[in-house]
Design a protein around this ligand. Structure first.
Ligand code: FE2
Ligand code: FE2
Length: 281
């Protein structure tokens, strides 16, 4: 158990690596929250003496499929459709736990304590989001792993494993920001179907994700300023180079601006350079 491993002198990198290499979902949730807590309480040493794994450990189920082989979700609002929706969201949050852990463990040494503080707190949030969705699936008579899941969610991390600013540009500032755009509509649809409990979970996730995008944007802007580069210009270059997808409007401008992500960053990419970005379904 992670708790037993957490002894005086354990390095923050070793604790993070251990959580990344925990495959079983509930154990990973526990491990991620434990690392975040131990870090916050000053129980982990500021040492980066082990490398992060190329790929985290995941459970045998869900089966991971390329997006074009994912089965149809079923009619929205049908029981099958609802389970498919919550399962897809649970998978996104499960991978998000590892994305946040990897950010802190891989880039913390060079970027500094504030990045580790912020992204370990994100890892704890993602673990909570996953746990909420997993419980939701169980209330619907299903569970995480019952359906296949999108196999491409680690790709962005792999693509940006050598460059903290590329990672920040793509993961919090594109992928998590995309969550800000789409979650309100999903929440409203779920509520219109009479699922107030589901709507509340999505609202909580949305509120937390604004903070995650804010952390990402803040560290990105600081990194650019340190390098004497213009943040929006630098972001556009990195997104074009490392993100294989389109930035699709409509954007949730108010949530994005609450997260510090101004239109200066994404407006030009969305309206002009969109066509140059290869499409990803
Ligand atoms: Fe999340
Ligand atoms: Fe997040």
């Amino acid at each position: 158990m992670t708790g037993a491993r957490t002894q005086t002198g354990e390095s923050v990198a070793a604790a993070i690596r251990c959580a990344l290499l925990t495959p079983e979902p509930r154990a990973k949730v526990f491990a991620a929250r434990e690392v975040a807590r131990n870090w916050r309480l000053g129980r982990l040493a500021w040492r980066f003496d082990v490398a992060m794994p190329d790929r985290p450990a995941w459970p045998d189920r869900p089966e991971l499929l390329p997006p074009n082989r994912m089965p149809k979700r079923g009619k929205a609002g049908s029981e099958r459709g609802r389970i498919a929706l919550w399962h897809a969201l649970a998978h996104i949050e499960f991978v998000a736990i590892d994305l946040a852990l990897d950010m802190a463990g891989r880039f913390g040494a060079a970027a500094g304590r504030a990045l580790v503080d912020d992204f370990l707190s994100v890892a704890a949030d993602e673990a909570m989001h996953f746990a909420l969705l997993e419980r939701k699936l169980r209330r619907l008579g299903s569970h995480y792993g019952a359906l296949p899941a999108h196999g491409g969610l680690w790709q962005a991390a792999h693509e940006t494993r050598h460059d903290v600013r590329a990672r920040l540009a793509v993961v919090p500032m594109v992928l998590e920001a995309r969550g800000l755009d789409v979650t309100p509509a999903t929440r409203d649809r779920v509520r219109a179907q009479g699922d107030e409990d589901g709507a509340r979970i999505l609202q909580r996730i949305l509120d937390d994700e604004i903070r995650h995008v804010r952390f990402g944007t803040r560290h990105f802007v600081q990194g650019c300023e340190k390098a004497g580069e213009n943040p929006p210009e630098c972001w556009k270059t990195l997104v074009k180079r490392h993100f294989r997808g389109a930035l699709k409007p409509p954007f949730n401008d108010s949530a994005r601006s609450a997260a510090g992500l101004s239109r200066e960053f994404y407006a030009a990419v969305a309206s002009g350079a969109n066509a140059r970005l290869p499409q990803n379904t």
